[in-house]
Design a protein around this ligand. Structure first.
Ligand SMILES: [Zn+2]
Length: 342
């Protein structure tokens, strides 16, 4: 993926499979044990987003998080029946387990509705949104679990407007369930990088805005996260120079669907740097030894102001979606008026 102008150094990626040890200037410090993110609703169409609860520094690791659920996935054979059944089973298990039932329904109410689970009422939901959503955050080893989470700014009116738009299925056939979960995994899951050593250090990818899903030609585990999966998409702007050579290819291309768009990157002072402001890693990838395999670690690509929405570039595009992210809205996709990255 292209990097925004001037950001190349920040997005330098260490390949743990080629070097035993990361250069010290690339080693990351654990997230600060201070509230860093909160949830808010972007709009009924976009759903939730994750917002900075304080100013975040360039390169700062913002939080890391255990998966909510894990299942098998293959980008090329996404509809493979055995894989999809693994996803349905993982989702049903999360919906059934006492520990994760409510948080699963509140975090992903559209999927729950497709499983005939009506949206949780606001009084119950707000308890989950203000506390439960941070339950998978990992502390720094000093008992700081969940402390990066600052709760929710979702109001009753917003929540009811959002959940009121959802159509709750009356009955759910196995085919419905498979289709719903496949849609969900395509949009919300992060594929776990292969682990060549069979040990603890898997090679992370996705730093610099690429999607963890891209290039996944084989079956791997894919994880859904409570907070990480709620971060919305923002297209990477075309380079400022006129070197966007192949951008003549397809102005009709469009962006990923429902969970995307609406990435409001403006802070309250109105200042804005275009493009996604975060990247992620799955697992330690030689840079952050405190991150465990399957855990996602979210990192700031630049300084982020309190109140700014966290965004990243999913790096994948789908037919039939008109992207509403700030990059597209501000015409920063090389004059095409919409993203053209495939
Ligand atoms: Zn866009």
């Amino acid at each position: 993926m292209a990097s925004p102008p001037g950001k190349a150094a920040q997005n330098e990626v260490f390949d743990a499979s080629k070097q035993a040890k990361a250069p010290s200037h690339l080693l990351r410090n654990p997230p600060l044990p201070l509230p860093a993110v909160r949830i808010a609703l972007v709009s009924p169409a976009v759903g939730y987003g994750l917002f900075a609860a304080r100013d975040l520094g360039p390169d700062e690791l913002i939080f890391h998080e255990r998966p909510l659920l894990t299942a098998l996935f293959n980008e090329k054979f996404s509809a493979d029946r055995a894989l999809v059944l693994s996803q349905v089973a993982a989702y049903r298990a999360a919906l059934a387990a006492h520990r994760t039932r409510e948080v699963t329904a509140v975090a992903f109410p559209a999927l729950a509705a497709r499983f005939a689970v009506a949206p949780v009422g606001f009084e119950e939901a707000v308890q989950v949104l203000e506390g439960g959503m941070g339950m998978n955050l990992v502390g720094d080893g000093g008992g700081g679990e969940g402390r990066q989470f600052a709760g929710s700014r979702v109001t009753r009116k917003e929540y009811e407007a959002y959940t009121g738009c959802l159509k709750v299925s009356g009955s759910v056939s196995e085919a419905d369930a498979r289709e719903a979960v496949l849609d969900f995994f395509k949009h919300y899951a992060f594929q776990v990088p292969p682990n060549p050593n069979g040990g603890g250090s898997s090679t992370g990818s996705g730093g610099g805005g690429g999607s963890a899903m891209v290039g996944a030609a084989s079956t791997r585990e894919a994880c859904i996260y409570l907070l990480g999966s709620l971060i919305n998409h923002c297209c990477t702007p075309a380079p400022a120079s006129s070197s966007s050579t192949s951008s003549s290819s397809s102005p009709s291309a469009s962006c990923p669907s429902s969970l995307t768009g609406g990435g409001k990157n403006k802070d309250r002072s109105g200042q804005q740097q275009p493009g996604p402001n975060c990247s992620w890693r799955i697992g330690p990838s030689g840079l952050a030894h405190f991150v465990k395999p399957r855990h996602i670690c979210v990192q700031a690509r630049r300084a982020i102001r309190e109140g700014e929405q966290l965004t990243w570039d999913y790096g994948k595009r789908e037919k039939g979606f008109v992207c509403e992210c700030d990059t597209c809205r501000d015409g920063l996709m090389g004059g095409l008026g919409s993203c053209n990255v495939l």
